[in-house]
Write a protein that binds this ligand. Structure first.
Ligand SMILES: [Zn+2]
Length: 398
């Protein structure tokens, strides 16, 4: 059995839940067990291991001089998640070290492996807490109010020491292998995705205000139906996104008040999630949403309240590292596609500080965040071999 396969199987057993998936959350015994398992594997390869003050696992292959090439992803999962999201990137990083050592490579610069803590943010709705702390972007006020200090204390870590997790200054490049979590590679029959940018996200909470009234006696032309306005908004956003290839739009939550089958809805609330990997498109999203909803509200005779809930601009990944990954893939005989990532990753945090890049392997059926998440071993190994080749080129050139 290949080492990567054995590692994937071993990791999937830790935190395996009763619904056939994996549940490992920040500062729980399941993730602690996975971290301990990883640290043993890293130590077997002679790496110096550390659980840093933010709960990130680091394995340092100190070799040569200069800033480290950092490889990794995350071992935490969403509830009832799959075996590949995050874990593949960490285990591939381990595999890269194993391959380089087997080939007798003596790196000119350090090679580090990382498993970032709390990438998914499943437990406290945080998200990328570990990589943000590693990059010195601690948001102690926000995290402090979400139960993080208590969970850390229970796990034997100290919330006030989170700021000491900053390690990015010793890093020169970050590379992350990840499953695509979407259908593009599989549908196009391409082996690997070289990620160009991580999509920007803009979120809103919207409230249309109409007038509740009798569903039978109020003439149709005199109604101020808030839900009709919300429904038009759903379709207007969807249609606009369908016309473009660099934007998505989603309304995931919608409700009507007072909520009677024979009452014209007096108020309707919805959430909006719009995304684009293009900085130009992203810059236009906010005015676009605002103008679209304002026009609908005016036409329907409704009041409108629009509040921004989140804003994460798109992050471009490093062009030179993209080229390096593409070349490594070509040398492995793999086909590649340059593509944006529609999901957030630790790489988007790192990319603000150091050159960062990501390599995608296909997700069967485009599925992720479910126990059905799957990537055939051959594709996982092709990704790991490509990553190893790219890293070798980075650490063999002085
Ligand atoms: Zn992930």
């Amino acid at each position: 059995m290949s080492s990567l396969r054995a590692d994937l199987e071993a990791a999937a057993r830790i935190g395996a839940d009763e619904r056939g998936g994996v549940s490992r959350f920040a500062w729980t015994s399941e993730l602690a067990q996975a971290n301990a398992w990883l640290m043993e594997r890293l130590a077997e390869l002679g790496l110096a291991t550390e659980l840093d003050p933010a709960g990130n696992v680091l394995g340092r292959w100190e070799s040569g001089e200069g800033k480290a090439v950092l490889l990794g992803s995350h071992l935490d999962t969403v509830p009832n998640g799959g075996r590949f999201d995050g874990a593949l990137g960490v285990l591939a990083a381990l595999d890269v070290v194993r391959r380089l050592q087997a080939d007798g490579v003596e790196p000119h610069r350090p090679v580090w492996v990382v498993s970032f803590n709390d990438e998914e943010g499943a437990r406290f709705q945080t998200g990328m807490l570990g990589s943000r702390a590693f990059c010195g972007e601690c948001d102690l006020d926000d995290w402090g109010g979400r139960g993080v200090p208590e969970a850390m204390a229970e796990a034997g870590q100290d919330f006030v020491r989170l700021t000491e997790a900053r390690g990015v200054d010793e890093v020169g490049a970050y590379l992350e292998l990840h499953i695509e979590q979407g259908p593009v590679l599989e549908r196009s029959g391409v082996d690997l995705g070289v990620v160009t940018a991580i999509t920007g996200i803009l979120g809103f909470r919207v409230r249309f205000l109409g007038e509740a009234n009798h569903a039978g006696t109020t003439p149709m032309e005199h109604r101020r139906d808030a839900l009709a306005g919300a429904a038009r908004a759903v379709l207007a956003l969807r249609d606009a996104a369908r016309e473009r290839d660099d934007m998505t739009a989603n309304v995931g939550v919608i409700s009507a008040e007072p909520g009677g089958f024979n009452v014209v809805p007096g108020a309707a609330e919805l959430t909006i999630d719009v995304r684009s990997p293009s900085p130009e498109r992203y810059a236009g999203l906010e005015p676009f949403v605002r103008e679209t909803l304002t026009a609908i509200a005016a036409e329907e005779g409704l009041g409108l309240e629009l509040a921004e809930t989140h804003r994460k601009p798109p992050v471009a990944l490093d062009p030179d590292l993209q080229d390096a990954l593409e070349k490594a893939a070509r040398d492995e005989g793999a086909t590649t596609l340059r593509m944006p990532s529609g999901a957030g990753h630790d790489a988007m945090v790192l990319a603000h500080h150091v050159p960062a890049a990501m390599l995608f392997v296909p997700s069967r059926g485009g599925l992720s965040h479910t126990p059905d998440e799957f990537t055939p071993l051959g594709q996982c190994e092709l990704g790991a071999r490509t990553l190893a080749r790219a890293v070798r080129a980075l650490v063999e050139s002085p």
